[in-house]
Design a protein around this ligand. Structure first.
Ligand SMILES: *[C@@H]1O[C@H](CO)[C@@H](O)[C@H](O)[C@H]1NC(C)=O
Ligand SMILES: *[C@@H]1O[C@H](CO)[C@@H](O)[C@H](O)[C@H]1NC(C)=O
Length: 416
């Protein structure tokens, strides 16, 4: 009898506690509905449903966004600018900005109305741009091809550590380009001073209208062990997501790599020259390196026909200085801070501009290096081996040219 009484008392207390908890939750939500004009900008996934979070949240206590970024990006009515400042206000208040990104299947569902409410002229946006906006918060695509990764197993063994990781953005159909990279500058090799280089290709998925390359890719992945593929469609405006996967994958799988190259599969890289340059750096510089062909004073293109069109009501402001996405290098030590700060800064549809924004948020300025020619060299120098021998990166070369150049710059007969 006594037991039953104690039991019902406990049930009663439990229920009261639940009611109290529930109503305080409700109060909090109704309070925050009145909280501020930026509040309606919150994507539903911001108010994270924690129970479905599978990964541990990143440690946001260490994330700060520099005054430099805040000064360079105006606070105005454009949608992206509003999203940024809304996230910054929440960051500064110490709120947990960790977004529930475990729900790839649901992240695009809800925000049609949100977009229409917030962007007055969204109907005039190009179809692909609207599509980008809808998936702006989708950050964890399912894995299609994974590899057991030899960065990890080799790590911790001192001399075997990977010095340079080539993280190459490729697309499913580019078999020939990948093979040319494997046979030339991306060859896994131990360079003179014992420095190791490794190459991985980052792929999205083909669209439904494309022929099914799945079986060929599986074969390629098994043969070479250097493919990674996620289930998001290949497109220009999805490159920011791809770059984010580069950061995320490398951070998890090669956390101690010294340098990471991010670039396209059709550039030519003079790997020995790149390694000598990286080795020549002072330690203080080597740990905060972001180097490439720097575009320092760019502005959004407002011509709707341009490939890189950015509507004024989406983003209003200049671009920070950034390294051209054809190929640049970042220090391995920057992976973690870059990835964490990218969780605060909303995705921007141009991947290299986005990387520039994230770097600026960390007070890391891109360093211009004349050896990175992402817009190619003069017409008359395109076959000139001596010119190529002195450079680090050149955009863009066919697989055949790549092989010829690689052989040429290594020829014992070359006297320059
Ligand atoms: C991919 O493979 C690596 C190494 O085998 C493993 O640690 C990782 O958890 C895998 N990732 C996914 C998403 O399956
Ligand atoms: C990006 O990938 C997602 C997932 O496959 C797709 O739904 C979306 O259309 C792609 N975005 C663009 C702009 O192509």
């Amino acid at each position: 009898m006594r037991r039953i009484k104690t039991f019902s008392a406990m049930v009663l207390i439990g229920t009261l506690l639940l009611i109290f908890f529930y109503s305080s939750l409700h109060l909090e939500t109704s309070y925050s509905h009145k909280a501020g004009s930026e509040d309606f900008l919150k994507h539903p996934s911001f108010s994270s449903k924690r129970e479905s979070v599978t990964k541990p949240p990143p440690d946001f206590h260490n994330v700060t966004v520099s005054a430099g970024l805040r000064q360079s990006i105006p606070q105005n009515r454009a949608y992206w600018n509003r999203l940024l400042y809304s996230a910054l206000r929440r960051l500064d208040k110490g709120e947990d900005l960790f977004r529930d990104d475990s729900s790839w299947s649901r992240c695009r569902e809800t925000n049609q109305e949100l977009l229409q409410t917030n962007i007055h002229d969204i109907t005039s946006y190009p179809v692909l741009f609207k599509d980008f906006l809808q998936g702006m918060d989708c950050r964890s695509p399912p894995v299609l091809i994974n590899q057991s990764n030899n960065c990890i197993s080799d790590e911790g063994k001192g001399d075997n550590q990977i010095f340079l990781l080539f993280a190459i953005k490729s697309t499913p159909g580019n078999f020939e380009r990948r093979q040319a990279v494997r046979e030339t500058w991306g060859r896994e090799e131990v360079y003179k001073t014992g420095l190791r280089v490794r190459t991985v290709f980052f792929l999205g998925s083909s669209s439904l209208d494309d022929p099914d390359l799945g079986p060929l890719l599986s074969f390629e992945a098994q043969s070479f062990g250097d493919l990674l593929q996620w289930d998001f469609h290949e497109s220009l405006l999805n490159l920011t997501l791809k770059m984010n996967m580069v950061l995320q994958w490398t951070l998890l799988n090669c956390p101690h790599v010294s340098f990471v190259f991010s670039g396209d599969d059709d550039v030519f890289v003079n790997t020995p020259a790149l390694i000598s340059y990286l080795q020549s750096l002072e330690p203080s510089k080597a740990s905060r390196l972001y180097v490439g062909h720097v575009i320092s004073t760019a502005n959004p293109l407002r011509d709707p026909k341009s490939k890189y069109y950015i509507p004024l009501s989406f983003y209003d402001g200049p671009y920070p200085a950034y390294a051209g996405g054809g190929g640049f290098i970042i220090s391995g030590a920057l992976l973690r801070p870059l990835y964490y700060v990218s969780r605060v800064i909303p995705f921007f549809p141009i991947d290299d501009v986005y990387t520039g924004m994230c770097a600026k948020a960390l007070n890391v300025a891109p360093e211009a290096h004349a050896g990175f020619q992402t817009f190619d060299v003069k017409e008359e120098d395109r076959e000139n081996l001596c010119v190529h021998k002195d450079l680090i990166l050149i955009h863009q070369r066919s697989p055949q040219q790549m092989k010829k150049l690689w052989k040429g710059i290594h020829s014992p007969f070359l006297t320059c």
